[in-house]
Design a protein around this ligand. Structure first.
Ligand code: APR
Length: 231
């Protein structure tokens, strides 16, 4: 059975109105990632971190999946093999488009995490660090987001899926952040065909057998239609 592993990044949600990180007006041009996306930043100023993620949670709630998310959900529903999305994104647009087989390796805006006991629960729209943990009542609530320097989630499952992949597709990511940036290497060395779909070639275009350049809302539906027509 053919297996497709699709890595997505902020570029797939760009046309849904959610910012990317490293484009010219990206989030990291407005915020210092050391202040809002590291455990040290959270320890120093939890309120600033919550303000940042409360704003992103509100943006994500107000956004809608675009044609690229919809096309990947259609691929999962209609492709005769297995389709797994490994997303770096913390929005839930893949799920809202209908995708079921999704791994959020960098966590989710929809999740709350207790920094004292690791309990997880659905995030409120507006999170404060002194929200008491429902399990241990500690007032150390944080977004369930993987920050720089922390281990991404479900890495063993991801490594196994890359090992078994027949086709690896990277969509809307700059290929700047590891371990995700190394997935194309892992898939390629395990024998997968590799495809990049991005607004412009990312940092590692040489590792892809094929590169499709263009906005995801156009390039992804075209690629999915082409693949389903052949399947
Ligand atoms: N269609 C397709 N690709 C696009 C579009 C679009 N409409 N708009 C932008 N892109 C591409 C950009 O060319 C860029 O290569 O999306 C990519 C976005 O790159 P980044 O902003 O670096 O986002 P991402 O790769 O997802 O970042 C990875 O870094 O900050 C951390 O944890 C954060 O998950 C994030 C990780």
């Amino acid at each position: 059975m053919e297996r497709i592993v699709i890595l997505t990044g902020a570029g797939i949600s760009a046309e849904s109105g959610l910012g990317t990180f490293r484009d010219k007006d990206g989030l990291w041009t407005k915020y210092d990632l050391n202040e809002v996306a590291t455990p040290e930043g959270f320890a120093r100023n939890p309120d600033l971190v919550h303000t940042f993620y409360n704003a992103r949670r509100a943006n994500a709630a107000g956004a809608a999946p675009n044609a690229a998310h919809d096309a990947l959900a259609e691929l999962e529903a209609r492709f005769p093999g297995e389709v797994l999305i490994v997303t770096q994104n913390v929005d839930n647009l893949h799920e809202r488009a209908g995708s079921r087989n999704v791994i959020h390796m960098h966590g989710e805006l929809a999740g709350a995490l207790c920094a004292a006991c690791d309990h997880r629960w659905p995030a409120p729209a507006v999170m404060q660090s002194n929200d008491p943990c429902p399990a241990c009542t500690a007032a150390k609530t944080r977004p369930d987001i993987v920050w720089f320097g922390e281990m991404p989630y479900r890495m063993e499952e991801i490594a196994a899926s890359l090992w078994d992949a027949d086709l690896f597709v990277s969509i809307g990511t700059s290929g700047e952040v590891y371990p995700a940036a190394g997935f194309v290497d892992e898939a390629k060395s395990a024998g997968a065909v590799t495809l990049e779909i991005n607004l412009e070639p990312s940092r590692v275009p040489g590792l892809f057998d094929r590169v499709i350049s263009g906005p995801a809302s156009q390039a992804v539906p075209q690629w999915v239609a082409e693949l389903l027509a052949r399947s």
